[in-house]
Write a protein of this length. Structure first.
Ligand code: MSP
Length: 514
């Protein structure tokens, strides 16, 4: 069995999850579920980034000690992912003792290699980004462009990582098409690396500036820089130094899925750290776009930060998952618009999918005693299904979710068109039973296949339909090459018509904001 290891960015545990965090975790979940459907053995890792100045300060403001604070936040993230049907195999927290040991081991290895040295950092630091800044990284007002705040002026003793030593090797790695996607981001990183100014970077903070972090081995006065700590989660989570079997099986990562704002850390710092530790590099880093809400960037001051749990409570996980990826291209920025969400969910899930299933099951109940008819499906319609499935696989392999969803929908469009053209209700009325049965079987078959293809996107809904189609084996266990997919749904299988699977959203009230 081929393996597939994928990770998401680990979210800062300084605030509860919002729709932007959810967007990334759902995307990763679609990949994980698709890879399982394609027959691969998957390990899917996500988690929380719990150390650093930002978390330390927020905890203090909340009047809590940092550990107590991050424990609460980590709970919230896990709860949100459960509610959104995220199927991660492990949830990593950077305060886990196992992780702390691995981070220290990574630091030790880099130091033993001669790649870490002591120096003084004199310059700017943005606590929002947890990143060192140069004057020219700031906007015309002297603010960090991401956080709209002036960075802190600092002068402190730090350990530095000898990035300059790895620049050429990094460049060679980055010159391979496909290691960083979309390709435009790969080119941006190469430009960044080529900048003469881009050199060694700090990998520690003195305890006098930051308490909440992992100690530098053999130097209690210093704390390891939060990005070194955070990036290392990708190897801790898969058993580096702790589970030889898991580690050997799954490393290197097939995919690090991250947002476009943290590409530098993942495509320069992380591979350089791995090179210094003599660890193989990941196969691909994908930097996705950002989600806005009603066309605006989310911010506390605008009061438009969307809470994924409230959305799930109101609309269910499937509709949200579906909308985010049917309506937005993953490699570009996208938007969550309430009106668009409601009309997309209603037209695709209630009308296209739900109605086709409902009409077909009702006709089978009435004319075939609720059992799958013994017939041969229409060859043309089956060709449409096969072509749709082929395109779906090609698009999913490329992380082109919007197009993959369209390919799955093409089966449903065909089903609705076919049913309307063939009018099985008339065929039965005219006594053309065999023809009527063949039409219903064709329709059932198209619904079945579309349900399987949509399962990575709408796992809850697909499981419900699967049950109504009379299958007992969980849909999550199905692999595309199984006969349950490629062969016609068995004649005589008892269907379970339990009414509409997706209720139209009639809601007119505002989407709740945090
Ligand atoms: N803790 C770091 C990542 C460390 S990974 C070793 C971090 N955390 S974050 O909470 O700020 O962001 C987590 C992920 O969510 C990032 O990939 C980020 O790009 C993504 N997003 C944050 N806001 C987003 C949107 N509005 N839209 C889509 N993704 C967004 O960075």
């Amino acid at each position: 069995m081929e393996k597939y290891y994928l990770t998401t960015a680990i979210d800062y545990a300084n605030a509860p999850p919002h729709i932007g965090h959810a967007y990334e975790k759902i995307a990763a979940d679609i990949v994980a579920r698709y890879q399982r459907l394609a027959g691969r053995e998957v390990f899917f890792l996500t988690g929380t980034d719990e150390h650093g100045t930002k978390v330390e300060k927020t905890a203090e403001l909340a009047g809590k000690n940092p550990k107590e604070f991050v424990d609460e936040m980590a709970e919230k993230f896990q709860e949100a992912w459960k509610r959104l049907l995220i199927s991660n195999d492990f949830f990593i927290r950077t305060t886990e003792p196992r992780h702390e040991k691995v981070v220290q081991e990574v630091f030790r290895r880099m130091r033993e290699k001669g790649d870490v040295y002591k120096g003084t950092y004199k310059g700017l630091y943005c606590e929002g980004c947890e990143d060192y800044k140069r004057e020219r990284d700031l906007d015309p007002d002297g603010n960090c462009p991401n956080h709209k705040k002036p960075p802190k002026v600092m002068e402190e003793d730090n350990y530095f990582f000898r990035l300059t030593k790895y620049k050429e090797k990094l460049r060679q790695w980055l010159c391979q098409e496909g290691v960083v996607r979309p390709d435009g981001r790969r080119k941006e990183v190469i430009n960044q690396l080529d900048d003469e100014d881009f050199g060694d970077f700090s990998v520690s903070r003195p305890r006098t500036s930051l308490q909440w972090g992992i100690g530098v081995p053999d130097d209690p006065e210093h704390v390891i820089y939060v990005w070194i700590d955070a990036l290392t989660n990708y190897i801790t989570g898969i058993g580096f130094e702790t589970d030889e079997v898991l580690w050997k099986k799954f490393w290197p990562a097939d995919l690090h899925l991250i947002g476009k704002d943290i590409v530098k850390f993942h495509c320069i710092y992380w591979p350089a750290m791995l090179m210094a530790c003599d660890i193989e590099l990941p196969k691909m880093v994908f930097g996705h776009g950002f989600i806005t809400v009603e066309g605006q960037k989310m911010s506390k001051s605008l009061g438009n930060v969307l809470d994924p749990i409230e959305l799930v409570d109101k609309y269910g996980a499937d509709a949200i998952r579906y909308y985010l990826f049917a309506a937005n291209s993953f490699d570009q920025d996208g938007d969550f618009s309430r009106a668009d969400f409601i009309s997309t969910a209603n037209s695709h899930l209630a009308n296209n999918l739900g109605n086709l299933l409902n009409r077909t099951l009702t006709l089978v109940d009435k004319n075939c005693a609720g059992k799958v008819p013994d017939a041969i499906p229409d060859a043309e319609a089956m060709k449409v299904a096969e072509n749709g499935q082929r395109s779906y696989v090609e698009f999913m392999e490329q992380l082109e979710f919007t197009k993959a969803i369209e390919a799955a929908l093409s089966l449903l469009n065909e089903g609705n068109r076919y049913l309307n053209d063939q009018k099985p209700w008339t065929l039965f009325k005219e006594g053309k039973k065999a023809e009527g049965e063949a039409v219903l079987l064709t329709s059932l078959e198209l619904v079945k296949r579309a349900t399987v293809l949509l399962c990575p996107v709408t796992p809850g809904l697909s499981a419900k339909i699967w049950h109504q189609l009379g299958f007992d084996e969980p849909i999550e266990k199905v692999v595309l090459t199984d006969s349950v997919v490629s062969k016609v749904i068995p004649a005589g299988q008892l269907l379970r018509n339990q009414g509409p699977v997706f209720l139209r959203i009639e809601d007119v009230t505002a989407v709740p904001a945090v």
